[in-house]
Design a protein around this ligand. Sequence first.
Ligand code: GLO
Ligand code: MG
Length: 346
Amino acid sequence: MPKPHSYRFCFGPWNLSEGQDPYGPTTRPAQSFDWKLEQMKALGYDAMMFHDDDAVPDIDGKSDTQLRKETKELKKKLSDAGIAPEMVAPRLWFSPNTIDGAYTSNDPKCRQYAIDRSLRCIDIANYLGTDLVVLWLAREGTYLREAKNGRRSVDLLVAALDKMLAHDKKIRLSIEPKPNEPMDHAYLPTIGHALAIAQLTRDAKRVGCLIESAHAILAGLDPADEIDFAMAFGKLWSLHLNDQNGLKFDQDKPFGSANLRVAFNQVRALERNGYGKKGEFVCFDVHPFRPTKVEHWLAHLDNSRRTFLLLLEKARSFNERQAQALIADRNYAALDQMVLEHLMGK
Ligand code: GLO
Ligand code: MG
């Protein structure tokens, strides 16, 4: 029997967050990038994901020469630490130019800003040595539907993707869908939408997706089904595992924290599709709970990976033959109980 493959793990600097929410300030002191890199090493993670301005702080005020210089320094720092750069994502939701959206803003100057910034993000990815750019389309949607023309927004999104694909012949774009927050409704709420819009671009095979568990749950979907769907197209190029307790604000809970069975099924889906065999990383887009003390700051990352690895054992030791026999007998009550008892260690 071939040895089962092992997974490689990743998180972003924003996952060591300070506890702020819309109702209150930080609860832990801000730390430097170098401190975060140290923690990543100490935890034994393999890769870091970046926003463009995690890589080059205050990016908008910096020249292209400066951008290249700072990114090269970062690349050296990462290679000295033995940490790979997983992806870079343009942070298109902070600037005064993206108040009303980025690629779909009603203001042509703001749309141009979004495109220029995305092309610079691609340059950063190149200097860092990753061919993956992630697009979380945070403000591509509306607060009220009459404010934008939905059909025009689709055309604008395709035009923006086309400019990025043309800027660099090797770059791959992974769309990270999310149905709401900060918007009322987003234009690309699910993996189906992401993969469908890919088909309208000039090079569909370089436009794929990233699944975040919480975002699928917010769309009322099972993240395991989203994984199977994306992987049937060969287009799951990154992954943000976490958890979400129903239709609330985006919680970014530790993986498996709200629903162990849903987490188990995600791990099973990754296993049956061979996720990671082409070098893809398992990233945890998780945040510490706001009350977390400084001395417990890393626990959500350690715990998420621990849960993943324990569920991997559960996925690999699941009695498939017994399950198949129950399926053949249409005995879903027994199958249901079998899953529960397997998860409870019986
Ligand atoms: C927010 C998203 C966000 C992205 C990150 C990378 O809901 O999950 O954390 O993953 O900005 O683009
Ligand atoms: Mg995410």
